[in-house]
Design a protein around this ligand. Structure first.
Ligand code: SF4
Length: 341
């Protein structure tokens, strides 16, 4: 049995052709499942009996099980979903004035080891396959009965450490016969895996790229992100430049503001020098407390001072209003869980 949600439309069409069906049958099935949201073969009025029987015998539509569902005071919702193997993952829905955005998880745990992040407390157990990532979006839409217009690949895990499944996921949700989530409404976030940033710059997609920078120099970055010892900051910026040159797209840098660690005025100056001339945007995020760590988020005053300093030096930046921190659904607060709860 193949999990339907893990197949791109091309894979589905090829599989059907190999089994004696027509290529357009793949498009029909995609439309039924993703657009008309039915997996019930008897309702698929334009497919033959033979194809219906083939679908029943060869495809599984097994989804995720909802273990918990929390709603924040700001409307953000967090879901704990159980996977077929008994492990659980967290997924977040954020409501914006431009639409609903789902933040998906790509791995069970994470090996990158950012020292401020709850998601990395559990070492990576395995990658999620594409179907497990797609099903997070479907399940949130099914539960809320609302359209998901945006997707951010920023939940638990490093998406570029699961590159193949992340790209497949993007393909599936972007497909015009499927969920049709526009490439420009999809953002993938990496901790800075340089070779994969280069690979990504060669993909023919208009998907947004965000890099978690969180520091203006190697000393600070290495102290909070171990990955910086493998891919130092200058290599990350070079890769970002290559991405911008290859795609003609603006790149986003995520910067979590940690009091007295990376939020001094001279850090803002260093950051402006580092990014000067690069078509980029800095997304400043005040750190959300995680009970296991001693870090403190920058005060509103310090965060605003840092923000102003960047703007004064010609760097485009916003200070983001955090969503869902009261239900531990904000950046760096998600966790994967083992076994039964
Ligand atoms: S911030 Fe992202 S990359 Fe870093 S440990 Fe957390 S989940 Fe992994």
């Amino acid at each position: 049995m193949k999990n339907f949600y893990g197949m791109t439309k091309d894979e589905l069409c090829n599989y059907l052709v190999e089994n004696g069906f027509k290529k357009f049958n793949g498009k029909q099935l995609y439309e039924w499942v993703y657009k008309k949201q039915t997996t019930e073969v008897s309702l698929m009025t334009n497919i033959s009996k033979k194809l219906g029987a083939f679908v029943r015998d060869n495809f599984s539509f097994k989804g995720l099980t909802t273990k918990t569902h929390q709603i924040s005071s700001d409307g953000t919702e967090k879901f704990l979903f159980e996977l077929a193997d008994g492990n659980s993952i967290e997924t977040v829905l954020m409501r914006h004035n431009y639409g609903n955005s789902v933040c998906v998880t790509t791995q069970l745990g994470c090996n990158i080891g950012c020292t401020f992040c709850a998601s990395g407390l559990q070492k990576k157990k395995r990658d999620l396959d594409a179907s497990e990532i797609v099903m997070q979006v479907l399940k949130v839409a099914e539960i809320t009965k609302e359209r998901v217009s945006h997707v951010v690949i920023m939940g638990i895990g490093e998406p570029f450490d699961n590159y193949h499944n992340t790209m497949k996921f993007i393909n599936i949700i972007n497909d015009p016969f499927g969920l049709e989530i526009g490439a420009r409404h999809i953002t993938v976030s990496t901790s800075g895996l340089v070779p994969k940033i280069i690979d990504f710059s060669k993909e023919d997609k208009q998907v947004n790229l965000a890099i978690s920078l969180h520091a203006p120099n190697n000393a600070v970055r290495s102290s909070i992100m171990k990955i910086n010892d493998v891919y130092p900051i200058e290599d990350v910026i070079d890769a970002a430049r290559e991405y911008v040159n290859a795609t003609n797209r603006r790149i986003t840098f995520e910067y979590i503001l940690l009091e007295n660690i990376n939020d001094e005025s001279w850090h803002a100056d260093e950051l402006s020098n580092l990014l000067r001339g690069l078509n980029c945007y800095v997304n400043l995020i005040r750190y959300n407390t995680v009970s296991e760590f001693n870090y403190v988020g920058s005060s509103e005053d310090r965060a605003q001072r840092f923000h102003r300093r960047l703007l004064e030096r010609g760097i485009t930046a916003t200070l983001r209003r955090e969503k869902g921190s009261d239900i531990d659904a904000a950046c760096g607060q998600l966790r994967s869980k083992k076994g039964n709860l």
